[in-house]
Design a protein around this ligand. Structure first.
Ligand code: G3P
Length: 220
């Protein structure tokens, strides 16, 4: 995975669903091209193929299940995500928590098909445990109480970033929650994070491209 990285999670925001999702992904592609920085998006399953076929930046699934080929109605299968053009998947997001048993199997499934894994954790200790037990490509530490809010993790809880990096080491930790601007990114990177995972700072913005340009400026 190319690092450092700005990864925008589109969640189910209206501004980031269907044709709006493709428009927003294209804005990410444009900023990645003009700035030369690593920018990626995590999109809904139904939007993934369309977006992956139409942009030249990494596209992540927001989640995959453990299902394999066969009779598993309504599951998001790793092979299908890969075939749709996914580069990787988020797992265990605070809004889609799974047990460690399922997480272990999901990471195995992702690795089997060649999907990168970004596993979310709510505390530094949980992030370290996940990294030590399951060795995903990255962990993304996000204090749940700050998700979707106005105060960023970089401002409200910088210790969770430095504690995670202390426990895990450099090169493996993303952080997120309330990230809105380049200064938030700069602080996170200074504390050892290899980038950020964010959503509302982009999906609720009137000018996502401008916000993205500011965000990537914090990577330098
Ligand atoms: O996955 C990113 C996320 O949970 C943070 O959301 O809206 O606080 O940037 P937000």
């Amino acid at each position: 995975m190319q690092l450092p990285l700005i990864l925008t999670n589109f969640k189910t925001y209206q501004t980031a669903t269907g044709s709006a999702a493709l428009d927003l992904a294209k804005k990410h592609e444009s900023v990645a091209k003009t700035t030369g920085q690593n920018v990626a998006v995590a999109v809904q399953a139904f939007d993934l193929a369309n977006i992956a076929q139409n942009v030249d930046i990494p596209v992540f699934a927001q989640h995959i299940d453990t299902a394999t080929y066969g009779s598993f109605t309504g599951w998001n299968m790793a092979e299908a995500a890969k075939a749709a053009g996914a580069y990787g998947t988020i797992l265990n997001h605070s809004e889609h928590r799974i047990s460690f048993d399922i997480l272990e199997k999901s990471i195995e499934r992702a690795k089997e098909v060649g999907l990168k894994t970004v596993v979310c954790a709510e505390t530094a200790q949980e992030a370290a445990e996940i990294m030590q037990k399951f060795n995903p490509d990255l962990v993304a530490v996000e204090p749940p109480e700050l998700i979707g809010g106005d105060i960023s993790v970089s401002t409200a809880n910088p210790e969770i970033i430095s504690d995670s990096v202390d426990l895990i080491g450099e090169g493996k930790v993303l952080t997120g929650a309330g990230i809105k601007n380049g200064e938030d990114v700069r602080i996170a990177v200074e504390l050892g994070s290899v980038g950020v995972l964010l959503a509302s700072g982009i999906t609720k913005s009137d000018d996502p491209e401008k916000v993205l340009e500011d965000l990537v400026s914090g990577l330098k």
